[in-house]
Write a protein that binds this ligand. Structure first.
Ligand SMILES: Nc1nc2c(ncn2[C@@H]2O[C@H](COP(=O)(O)OP(=O)(O)OP(=O)(O)O)[C@@H](O)[C@H]2O)c(=O)[nH]1
Ligand SMILES: [Mg+2]
Length: 472
C-alpha cells in the first residue's frame, strides 16, 4: 500500500513538472524572440529560405492550457519611468489597425510629455460587429508596460475623479460622437464649455475640460511646448499622422533604464516603441504558430487580399485611391497567376512544394477560395492550408477564447495578421493599414539573430494588375 501511495505521489510530481516545463518552453521561445536585438542598421533585400528553415521554429506545446484571460498583474519595471502623477489617455478610433498606429504615436507623446500612459480600450471593426475590446485582447500589455510606466483604465478613473482635465488637439478637432463615445467608454466625463448648452455633457458643476487646440500639426518640440500643463488627466485623441517605419535607422537598443530621454536617438526611441507597443497578444502569436505548424509543418508564403466592396471600397468613393481604377477587374485567376509567376524565382529552393496561406476579410471568403482553386490548377505542388483557420479557432473558442469573451471576428483577423507576420514571403495589399502593420511587425521577427531585416515582400495588387494588363 505504502509503495502504491509513493508511486502515485511520484506520478503527480512528474505531471506537475511536465506541465510547468511545457509552459516555460512556450514562454521562453517567445521571450527569446523578443530579446534578440540587432545592433546593426537594417539591411534590405530578399532572404532566401531553405527547406530546413522550419527546424528553427520554436516548439509548440501540444497540450496547452487555457491561458486566455487577463494576464496576471506583474510588477514590471519600465525602461522609461514617467511621472506617476500625470496621465495620458489615448483616444484611439477608426479601424483596429488605425487604432494601433495611433497608439504608437500616443506612447511617443506620453514619453515626450512625461505622462504615465493609460492602457486604453480598443474597438473591433464595424464589419465584424463593433464593440469594446479589452487591451490584453489586442496588444501585449506586459511589453508596453515594460517600456513605459502605465496604468489601467480603472486606476485612471479613480485618480481623475470622474472627469478629464484636458483635450490635446493639433490641426483638427473631433466630432461630438467621438467625445461622447470616449466619455461613455472611459466612464470619465468631458465637460466642454465650448459646446452648446443643450449638450448632455454640459455639466453645471465640476471642472471643465480645457481644450488645447493650436490648430496646426505640431512638431515634437511643439508638442512639449503646447501640452506641458499641470493637471493630471489628459485625453490625446489619436492622430492619423503616422510613425513611418520604413525609413527608420535604429542604431542602439534602449538601455534597461533610460535616465534621460533627451539623450536618446529619435529613431532608437521610435524603433523601441514599435517593437514593444506594436506587438500582438502572446496567445495570438501562439495560436498562429500552432496553426501553421499543424497545417504546413514548415515555412509558407502569406498573401493578403484586402480589397472588399463593403469596406475597403470607401477608398474609391471618398479617398480617390489610384488602386481603384483596376481593382474590381482583377479576378482570382489574375491573382493566382501573379503569385505563381512571382514565386518562380524561388522554386528551386523548395523540394517539397510551396505552402501558401491566403488572408482576406470574411466578406471576401468566396473570392479568396477562387484564388485557392486557381493556384491549385496552376501548380500541383502548391499546398494551401487544408484545415481552415476559422475551424481551428472555433475549436479553441469553445475552450478558451469564448470563456474569456474574445471577439471572434477581431481575434480571427489578429491571428491572420500573426500568420502574415511569420510568413517567409509576404504579398501585401497596398493602401491597407492591416497589411502595413503586418509589414512593420515582420521587422521584429529575427533573422539570423537580427531585427529590422526586410524579408521578401511584394504588392499583390501591382503584380495582379500587371497580369490583368498583360504585361506579366
Ligand atoms: N480575418 C480577416 N479580417 C480582415 C482581413 N483584412 C481585413 N480584415 C477586417 O477588416 C478590418 C480592417 O480594418 P482596418 O484595421 O481599418 O485596416 P484597413 O481597412 O486595412 O486600413 P484603412 O484602410 O487604413 O482603414 C480588420 O479589422 C478586420 O476585421 C483579413 O485578411 N482577414
Ligand atoms: Mg479600415
Amino acid at each position: 500500500m505504502r509503495y502504491l501511495i509513493s508511486c502515485v505521489k511520484t506520478l503527480i510530481i512528474v505531471a506537475v513538472l511536465t506541465l510547468l516545463s511545457n509552459f516555460c518552453i512556450e514562454r521562453s521561445a517567445f521571450s527569446q524572440l523578443s530579446l534578440t536585438r540587432n545592433l546593426n542598421r537594417p539591411s534590405y533585400g530578399p532572404n532566401i529560405l531553405s527547406d530546413n528553415a522550419s527546424s528553427q521554429l520554436p516548439p509548440v506545446v501540444k497540450k496547452r492550457q487555457c491561458v486566455w484571460g487577463p494576464p496576471p498583474k506583474k510588477n514590471v519595471v519600465p525602461k522609461i519611468k514617467l511621472d506617476p502623477t500625470k496621465f495620458l489617455y489615448p483616444g484611439i478610433r477608426a479601424g483596429p489597425n488605425n487604432q494601433m498606429r495611433q497608439l504608437l504615436k500616443v506612447v511617443h507623446v506620453a514619453i515626450l510629455l512625461n505622462r504615465t500612459l493609460v492602457v486604453p480600450n480598443f474597438y473591433s471593426h464595424f464589419s465584424v460587429g463593433q464593440q469594446i475590446v479589452q487591451p490584453y485582447q489586442r496588444v501585449d500589455v506586459d511589453r508596453i508596460c515594460s517600456l513605459v510606466s502605465c496604468v489601467t483604465l480603472e486606476t485612471f478613473q479613480k485618480v481623475c475623479n470622474g472627469t478629464f482635465h484636458y483635450v490635446f488637439l493639433q490641426n483638427q478637432d473631433f466630432n461630438e460622437k467621438f467625445y461622447k463615445t470616449t466619455a461613455k467608454d472611459t466612464g470619465l466625463s468631458i465637460r466642454w464649455p465650448w459646446d452648446k448648452p443643450t449638450n448632455k455633457f454640459k455639466s453645471t458643476s465640476g471642472p471643465t475640460v480645457e481644450r488645447i487646440f493650436p490648430n496646426k500639426q505640431l512638431s515634437l518640440s511643439e508638442i512639449k511646448k503646447y501640452f506641458d500643463v499641470p493637471k493630471p488627466c489628459a485625453l490625446y485623441p489619436g492622430h492619423e499622422d503616422d510613425m513611418s517605419f520604413f525609413y527608420l535607422k535604429p542604431s542602439l537598443p534602449l538601455p534597461d533604464v533610460v535616465e534621460d530621454i533627451s539623450k536618446l536617438q529619435e529613431d532608437d526611441l521610435k524603433f523601441a516603441i514599435m517593437e514593444e507597443v506594436g506587438t500582438l497578444p502572446h496567445v495570438i502569436d501562439d495560436t498562429a504558430l500552432a496553426y501553421s505548424q499543424k497545417v504546413f509543418k514548415g515555412d509558407y508564403v502569406g498573401v493578403h487580399w484586402r480589397y472588399d466592396d463593403s469596406d475597403w471600397a470607401r477608398h474609391c468613393t471618398v479617398l480617390g485611391d489610384p488602386t481603384c481604377k483596376n481593382v474590381k477587374k482583377i479576378s482570382g485567376k489574375h491573382i493566382a497567376t501573379a503569385i505563381h509567376n512571382d514565386l518562380q524565382k524561388f522554386m528551386t529552393k523548395f523540394t517539397q512544394g510551396i505552402n501558401i496561406y491566403i488572408a482576406a476579410p470574411p466578406s471576401m471568403s468566396t473570392f479568396a477560395q477562387s484564388i485557392v482553386t486557381e493556384l491549385k490548377q496552376l501548380n500541383s505542388t502548391f499546398h494551401i492550408a487544408p484545415l481552415t483557420l476559422e475551424q481551428f479557432v472555433t475549436d479553441k473558442i469553445d475552450s478558451c477564447f469564448k470563456k474569456n469573451n474574445w471577439h471572434f471576428g477581431d481575434t480571427l483577423s489578429l491571428i491572420e495578421m500573426a500568420l502574415m507576420q511569420k510568413s517567409e514571403y509576404f504579398y501585401y495589399s497596398k493602401s491597407s493599414t492591416w497589411s502595413k502593420n503586418c509589414q512593420q511587425r515582420r521587422w521584429f521577427v529575427p533573422q539570423d539573430g537580427k531585427l529590422a531585416v526586410m524579408k521578401y515582400e511584394a504588392s499583390i495588387f501591382d503584380l495582379s494588375e500587371a497580369v490583368l494588363l498583360g504585361s506579366s
